[in-house]
Design a binder for this molecule. Sequence first.
Ligand SMILES: [Zn+2]
Ligand SMILES: [Zn+2]
Length: 355
Amino acid sequence: MGRMLKRTMCVCVCLLCLLLLPVSSLSQELLEVYFLDVGQGDATLVLSGGHAMLVDGGGPESSQFIYSFLRDTMGLEYLDYIVATHPHSDHVGGLAAAVNACDAGMIFSPIWYAEDEGFQNLVRQMRKKNLFFTFPASGNTLPLGDATVTFLAPIYPMSKVNNLSVILRVSAGDTAVLLCADAEMEEEESLLSSGQELRADVLKAGHHGSGTSTGERFLEAAGPEYAVISCGALNPYGHPDAAVLQRLWEHNVSVLRTDLQGTIHGIYDGNAWSFTSKRQAPPDEKRQTEEKTVVRGMPEQSDVEYAYIGNASSRKFHLPGCTGVSTMLDKNKVFFESREDAVALGYVPCGICHP
Ligand SMILES: [Zn+2]
Ligand SMILES: [Zn+2]
């Protein structure tokens, strides 16, 4: 009996120690997201605490890439969840390759039959492994390591397939990521009236940055710091739409784009988000940035003399070539000669250019 009591006390003391530890030491890399460059399509890998979820797999032409990314690059053999957000080719075309590459816990789809060849390949591959679809019911939650996945949508009825897209909110610690698939404003509005929690630091903008999506009210409710747009370089649809970029800039959202930067890797360490990508914005984009800043920012001197540019609204500072500068309103630009000056005035380094 005495020994039992001692052991219980010991456990209590250990729990107390855990509680007293600084939060940051328990929350290294709480959440990781890869926004994969699959050209004109969508594929997002979410990782937390050794668990993995794949949301869409790009078009059929991405099959080889998806297979080798999961198996060779990431060394994954098991995906806890696979989500087919809606049966359009640019989202489900590469998912058969994912099921071929990895075993899967659960596979979600809002629609269980579709003509699309990629979707039918997915179903065939699932049958081989004796896997079945689960319906992504709005309001349901699932654990993913240290994170929680919430199915926000689809909410019926909707007039088109894009608006049956599964919308996911992945939360961990103090942060959340909102994955909007091809949702257009009709679905965004249904989410707004559902009263569900939409706040997220990272928003994957709906429908490849199309003007049909990322409406003003939805953007205000989500209040993201970063927006990721997944689209193909020089795509024939004009994605992302200039009006969407304008809305994002006006809300001081830093924009990341797979068409310009390739695959984007975001890490949340429990305190802040940090993003890396293979490519920076191309030279043209940078030149435009410099011209804008020189002409309208500081009439007397070129910003090239300034090593850092801050955003008076978001209180973040950047290197001059960062996409965060190209999307910044001129009235918010603050110029610093040194990093120390920026930090001394309370500005925090951008998670994209790491100044
Ligand atoms: Zn679609
Ligand atoms: Zn799409």
